[in-house]
Ligand binder design. Structure first.
Ligand code: DAH
Length: 344
C-alpha cells in the first residue's frame, strides 16, 4: 500500500518535471501518451488496485482517478498555453516584418538595358519640354502607311517587311511613326512629343537585324518650325546621351515619304578610328533620320500646312543602345541570357 502511495508521488513528480521541459505540441502529445494514454503510467496504476484490500481500494481508487483527471486538465491547459504562445509570436513576427530588409544571399534583379536607355532618353526629351506618348503595336494600314504618305501602290512599302495579321488591314507596326498621325489627329497644337516603343519587321535576323526592336519617334509641330530646330534638337539629344561636349556628326539628305526634305544624321563610329565591321569601313554610323513633316501628312491629319510646319525623326533605339553600351549583336537584348543582362 505504502508502495503504491510512493509510486503515485514519484509519477506526480516525474510528470511535473517532464512538463516543465515541454516546448512543442508534439512533445506535449508524447507526454500525454506516456502518462494518461491507454498504456500510460497512470492507467497502469489502476491495474495494481486489484491486489489491495477493499478499504484500500476505496482510498486509492479515487486517488488514482483524481490524479488521472488532474493530469489531463494540466495537459489541456498546457496545450492551450503553447497554442497561444505560437499565435502571439506569429503576430509579433508579422508586426516586425521589414519588407525593405536587405538579405545578402538573394540576387537582386535590375532594369533591362532597353528600359534603362529608354528612361534616359525620355528624361533628356522631358528636359527639353517634350511629352512622352504611346501607341498601339497592332496598327491599321492607314496609320502605319497611308496617312504617312505611303499609299497602297507606293514602292516605299517595299522598305518595310510587314507582319500582316489575319484581320483586314491590321498589321504589327513597322515603325513608331503612326503615333505622329494619332497625336496630330487627337491633340491640340503645338505638339512636342517622343514615342519610344517596339516595332516589328518580317525579316531574317542577324547581328544587326531582329524581327522585334525598339525605335523612338519624335516630332514638334508649331508655327515656323524649320530644319535648324531639328538639327539643334538632334545635337543636344546626342551630346547628352553620349555625354560628349563635342560630337562628330554629319548631315546628309535622306528619303522618307513622310518628310520633305528628309535628312540623315550620322555619327562617327565609336568603335574605331579608321573603319571596322560595325561602321562597314566608313567610320560613320547612320543614327538619326528625320526631316520636315510632309505637307501631305499634315493635311491627312487636318492640319493646314500653310499655317503650321513641323519636324519629325525616328531613330533606332536598339541601335543607339548598341552604340552606347558597345553591344555588337542586337539579338542579345531578347535572348534572356543572364550573363549578358548582369552586365548592366
Ligand atoms: N519611320 C522610319 C523608319 O522606320 C524612321 C523615320 C525617318 C521616322 C524619318 C521619321 C522620319 O519620323 O522623319 O525607318
Amino acid at each position: 500500500m505504502a508502495q503504491l502511495k510512493e509510486k503515485i508521488d514519484t509519477i506526480k513528480k516525474a510528470f511535473q518535471e517532464a512538463l516543465s521541459k515541454v516546448q512543442t505540441l508534439a512533445e506535449l502529445d508524447q507526454l500525454r501518451t506516456t502518462y494518461v494514454g491507454k498504456k500510460g503510467l497512470i492507467p497502469a496504476l489502476m491495474k495494481e488496485l486489484k491486489d489491495l484490500s477493499v478499504d484500500d481500494k476505496k482510498v486509492f481508487g479515487p486517488l488514482i482517478n483524481t490524479l488521472k483527471a488532474e493530469t489531463q486538465t494540466i495537459l489541456d491547459d498546457a496545450k492551450q498555453t503553447i497554442i497561444n504562445k505560437q499565435a502571439e509570436s506569429k503576430i509579433k513576427k508579422q508586426e516586425h516584418f521589414d519588407i525593405t530588409a536587405y538579405k545578402t544571399n538573394v540576387e537582386q534583379g535590375h532594369q533591362h538595358p532597353y528600359s534603362q536607355i529608354t528612361e534616359e532618353i525620355e528624361d533628356i526629351f522631358l528636359s527639353m519640354g517634350y511629352e512622352i506618348l504611346d501607341g498601339p503595336e497592332l496598327e491599321t494600314d492607314f496609320h502605319n502607311f497611308t496617312a504617312l504618305n505611303i499609299p497602297e501602290d507606293h514602292p516605299a512599302r517595299d522598305m518595310y517587311d510587314t507582319f500582316w495579321t489575319d484581320r483586314l488591314n491590321m498589321l504589327l507596326r513597322t515603325h513608331t511613326s503612326p503615333v505622329q498621325i494619332r497625336a496630330m489627329k487627337e491633340k491640340k497644337l503645338p505638339i512636342a512629343a517622343v514615342v519610344p516603343g517596339r516595332v516589328f519587321r518580317h525579316e531574317a535576323t542577324d547581328a544587326s537585324h531582329d524581327f522585334m526592336f525598339l525605335q523612338c519617334e519624335g516630332f514638334y509641330i508649331d508655327k515656323n518650325v524649320n530644319l535648324s530646330h531639328l538639327f539643334a534638337t538632334a545635337q543636344t539629344f546626342l551630346k547628352t546621351l553620349f555625354k560628349k561636349e563635342k560630337l562628330d556628326i554629319r548631315i546628309r539628305p535622306g528619303f522618307f515619304p513622310f518628310v520633305e526634305p528628309g535628312i540623315e544624321i550620322d555619327m562617327r563610329c565609336p568603335f574605331c578610328q579608321d573603319g571596322c565591321s560595325v561602321c562597314k569601313k566608313t567610320t560613320w554610323m547612320e543614327i538619326f533620320p528625320g526631316g520636315l513633316i510632309h505637307p501631305n501628312v499634315l493635311t491627312a491629319c487636318g492640319i493646314d500646312p500653310n499655317e503650321y510646319s513641323g519636324f519629325a525623326f525616328g531613330f533606332g533605339l536598339s541601335r543607339l543602345a548598341m552604340l552606347k553600351y558597345g553591344i555588337r549583336d542586337i539579338r542579345h537584348f531578347y535572348s534572356g541570357k543572364l550573363k549578358f543582362l548582369e552586365q548592366f
